[in-house]
Design a binder for this molecule. Sequence first.
Ligand code: ATP
Ligand code: MG
Length: 470
Amino acid sequence: MQRLIRKVASFFVKGQGQSPIFNSEPKVVPRNKHNISRGQIDKAALDVLYGLKRAGYEAYLVGGAVRDLLLGLEPKDFDIVTNAEPEQIKAVFRQRCRLIGRRFRLAHVHFGRSVIEVATFRGAGDAAKLPVARKKTSHSRAVDASGRLVRDNVYGSIDEDIWRRDFTVNSLYYNIRDFSIIDYSGALEDIKKGQMRLIGDPETRYREDPVRMIRAIRFAAKLGFDIEAKTKKPLYEMGHLLKDVSNARMFEEVLKLFHSGVAIDVFEKLRHFGLFTYLFPQTHHVLSEEEQGFPRMLVVEALKSTDERIQSGKGVNPSFLFAAMLWEPMLQRREQHLAEGLTHQDALYAAANDVIEQQISSTSIPKRFSTQIREIWSLQFRLPRRAGARAQRLFEHPRFRAAYDFLGLRVAVGESSDQELFDWWTEYQKKDAIDQVAFANDVRSEAKKTRKPRRGRNPYRKRSSSNPAE
Ligand code: ATP
Ligand code: MG
């Protein structure tokens, strides 16, 4: 044990002049000295904790749930950590349990619709000394050439596990054996101070996993915490490492960032630290050309409305966020294609393709969402053409509501002068089906009155099929 503590401590003593921030003796807060009660813990999580305990293992609630309960917030999920290895967890929960992950092996325990994630304590080690993974490496813990942790399957004990947690405030353990809270990292003090502090040498930890940079932003915004100076400094310098993170993981992280209920604050912080450009490079580009113009106002308005929806418990759709972020880059590409002589529809189609394709090198966009983004965009050009039966067809479009809301944003920030059009659709939705028909027919007669006769128009011309939304 003594050897282990020395090994763990040396990890930090050697880390670029970083002094160890932990005592090897943790602070233990007994049940009567903290405010977390079992009543606040998800029933399925409690079942897992007790199941492991009954089978003779150690089991702790860890991470965000302990942090949030201490702060009086509602946890998003309940993560559990144990000294049981994945196969042993499987033996306890049998068919309820599925083992997942290669890079990081975990157990998922299923209770009806909830899934509780159970990890085994990870062993510690100096990441700077880890073997560099080759293609078919057999090492259970390894980094790649840039110091990124590519595998972490060495198991250990609680006092080693602590070192692989990211921020001190995420490293508290709630012990199901006696309901105490265990603090190895000064987390309770940091919670009191309201600060995010990385465990260990910040540069090494960001190199191991660059996503920790955007996690710092997310938690700082969500908790209203400051980022401690040493944890903050590399954020200005190491953002480029985010380029090495898989685009699928980046997509997930973008959703967590902007669907956190504090998206405005997240956005400002990402911009402040120069990290936004690694998430939405094209948006970053148009924003830096014109700091105070419509593009920025539209993004801010979209994020505000996302925050409001989250805070009032309404659902949010990733495609709306991406449609807003990429709207201006898409419009600019569309202008270029129009100048090249493409038709309106083809220019829109080509611009949407260009912009989405380019975005995918930063964050993936699953197909169902990219389809929806295109639909929201294309409906912006179709909503004005609403006379007669068209109104009904548009109204029944699965993306109508998102497109209508999007038009509302554009009108609100003054990017579109279609206030009247927006009001018309607002009215339309309040009417019953019969009145809707009459209302849309009125548009037709208005249009007829004002339309100039077109020469040479063939009334039997087929309808164009090149509209991307049809
Ligand atoms: P949330 O409120 O978003 O659920 P969380 O802190 O619970 O926040 P999770 O992503 O659910 O975050 O992860 C659970 C715990 O696992 C974290 O609290 C942290 O201790 C650890 N963890 C997660 N991701 C990382 C990471 N990239 N690096 C180090 N530790 C991590
Ligand atoms: Mg969590």
